[in-house]
Design a protein around this ligand. Sequence first.
Ligand code: CA
Length: 535
Amino acid sequence: MRRPLSRREFTRLAAAAGAVAIIPFGSATSQVRFSSYPFQLGVASGDPSADGFVIWTRLAPEPFVPEVLGNTIYELTWEVAEDRAFSQIRASGTGLARAHLAHAVHVEVGGLEPGREYFYHFRIGKYESPTGRALTCPAGENAGPLRFAVASCAHYEQGFFSAYRYIADDKPDLVLMLGDYIYEDAWGERRVRLFDTQEANTLTDYRHRYTQYRTDPDLQAAHAACPWLAIWDDHEVDNDYAGLTGENEICGGEGVRQSFPGRRAAAYQAYFEHMPIRPSRLLPGVAARLYGTVDWGNLARFYLLDTRQYRSVQACQNPPTPWRCDTERGKKILFSGAGGGSFVNPEEPACKAALADPARTMLGAEQEQWLDSALAESRAAWNVLTQGVMFVTIKESWNDSPRIFSDAWAGYPPARERLLASLARHKTANPLVLTGDIHSFWVNEVANAAGRPFGVELVTSSIATTTSDKSQMLPLNPQVRFHEGLHNGYIRCDLNRDKLHADIVAIDDRLDPRSGRSVLASFEVRAGDPHAHRI
Ligand code: CA
């Protein structure tokens, strides 16, 4: 449990934050009044450990007019209990909502018992937040079956979030969000609702985007249902960006090129403000350490990987075009050709040489080294690589015009071989790869370049985007055990020491806010067997 701040510490923090007004302790807190309910964006929990988790909320009495809170620092109280009625309170304390973090509150709760269900809420004045459910990780050998949902790619305009509603209904222990939680931009033909700002570029823009998402009741339900393990992919910043290189860059004014690192830093900050992630992961400056491990007792170790921040630019780019502002489509985009994924010919000599270059990286040297060490020390029955983009190479066409997608691991083969060599070196037990990004369901078998099988990759479709049917490519790709590209949804996994059971759950119609759902297919992966079995 976090120790409440003393009055002197509070005053020092408030002064450091440049506060012009403070609503702090005792009677002042109980008298605070807002124009309307301040917890309209819900609550969330995440990053569980054996003794706690992060709980999150954000004060937003006028969600789309954040200025009403000014620079005031607000003190909230929070409670964690064993029951929904809060009769068995196990931890409590205070947290500060400050303007420089959009009045979001992240509390790292500790001192709890392992492997238990808890409930939490926040209070300020007469206002009480919705109640969220969180869990601590089991410790050691005492991990029972684990249920987790795998989600990615939620475009607010392109569909309703029924998939999130059903994830909440399934009452999982964890939600694994593999990225594209928001979309920075509008695209697609059929839109059920609209973004109310154009392509996000500034901190204000990204905050506004998260705010609009978080008003969705189905998304709020999924956050309140259980802790999330969240990583990002590209659309939390910009389509197909790589490291510090954007795909297209927005004109900052009259044809002025806006700095992409500045845009990325703004996007990263807004992400941390809105996700239930330990505050220690937000680093000063333009970077953020998102990667890490979460141990569900000895049953599963989740490796949260960052496949965007440190990667080399996609290989085999077309020659860059001169910078120009395009205002014809109603928005100002600067085209360059410098970054971004594309379908490339891996047999073309220059491209072949670029793809074979061992200096190119997906994870960056530091994260690669960290992952190797984390794999070396794992004692888990299952080792789950939780990451953003397709791990196996999909041949999109072959013969006369071979092509692969350069943004996926297919565009970084030596980096993938290094990761597989790590798994082999450490005799990693039951590796499992989880993937999002491509708006379709896949079950793939993972092998290295020499054909040695390692385990299974599960690729989840999108929560809500236009889907992508690639079934015509199946004859070229015998490593694919299943593909379905017509439905949105998620993957529901039930894991024990002996096997993983995965249900591919499809939403009937993302355009219908009350859509039904069904299980399209179910697969089993058995411990010690690197293959997927349809059941
Ligand atoms: Ca993506």
